[in-house]
Design a protein. Structure first.
Length: 242
């Protein structure tokens, strides 16, 4: 796997016919979530959503479907505010003909997953579509697939996808003890010793495979008459917006 991210599966770059063709082949929309947050001195502030988006682009390249642009907000804004917004967004995907909606957050706390899952459950309650919420490695956690906060795994992911935005020179020389990591806002295994683009590549390979299989399973779980693109087409007679 290389780190190039195809624009052919990213919704913001697609023309109407391309979007319709993609959803007719595999009616799945992937939605990446994250926020602007400190991720050590070596990583970009938008790490979580950028990371989730890249994982999902790789999933769509392999399995099909389309990827919505990164969503930079989180449950900390207040669930009474955010829940209706996310639910409306997912509802618009259903109106656009999608049969499966997968929300993946790179902000790996349970409250963020719960926020996305509630929207999935609400929109899919009528059985017209199916969905799933998780973080990028929910379905592939293990010795070669894990996550953290600005430590080995998140640093490796960014070294693989966006090495130009990672500056390992911002980390102190030598091995970091727990107190140093805490002071730098790093939670997990010392990235200066253990992070690499190769670790990130393997993490992505395992995670995108698991997410793609989940998308296939969710589509197959629907009744046969609910597995196809759900509207006439994407055209001025069947207008939509998300």
């Amino acid at each position: 796997m290389d780190n190039a991210l195809s624009t052919a599966v990213q919704m913001q770059f697609m023309r109407p016919r391309q979007l319709e063709d993609a959803l007719r082949k595999f009616p799945v929309v992937y939605v990446p979530f994250g926020l602007i947050e400190w991720h050590g001195p070596q990583l970009p502030l938008g790490n979580d959503a950028i990371k989730a988006h890249a994982f999902l682009v790789k999933t769509a390249e392999r399995f099909g479907g389309v990827v919505y642009p990164p969503v930079f907000f989180h449950e900390g804004f207040g669930r009474e505010i955010i829940d209706p917004v996310v639910t409306h967004l997912f509802g618009q995907f259903k109106l656009t003909g999608a049969r499966v909606i997968i929300g993946i957050t790179g902000h790996n706390i349970q409250a963020q997953v719960d926020m996305i899952q509630q929207a999935v459950d609400t929109v899919c309650a009528d059985g017209e579509c199916a969905g799933f919420a998780g973080w990028e490695v929910t379905l592939s956690e293990g010795p070669e697939s894990a996550t953290d906060h600005a430590a080995k795994w998140e640093t490796s992911n960014m070294m693989f996808f966006y090495p130009q935005f990672v500056d390992m020179g911002e980390l102190p020389e030598g091995e970091m003890d727990d107190e140093t990591k805490k002071e730098l806002g790093i939670g997990g295994i010392d990235p200066s010793r253990h992070a690499s683009a190769e670790v990130g590549r393997r993490n992505v390979e395992l995670a995108h495979e698991a997410i793609g299989r989940k998308a296939q399973e969710l589509l197959a779980s629907l009744p046969e008459d609910k597995q196809d693109f759900a509207i006439e087409g994407i055209n001025p007679k069947c207008w939509w917006l998300v």
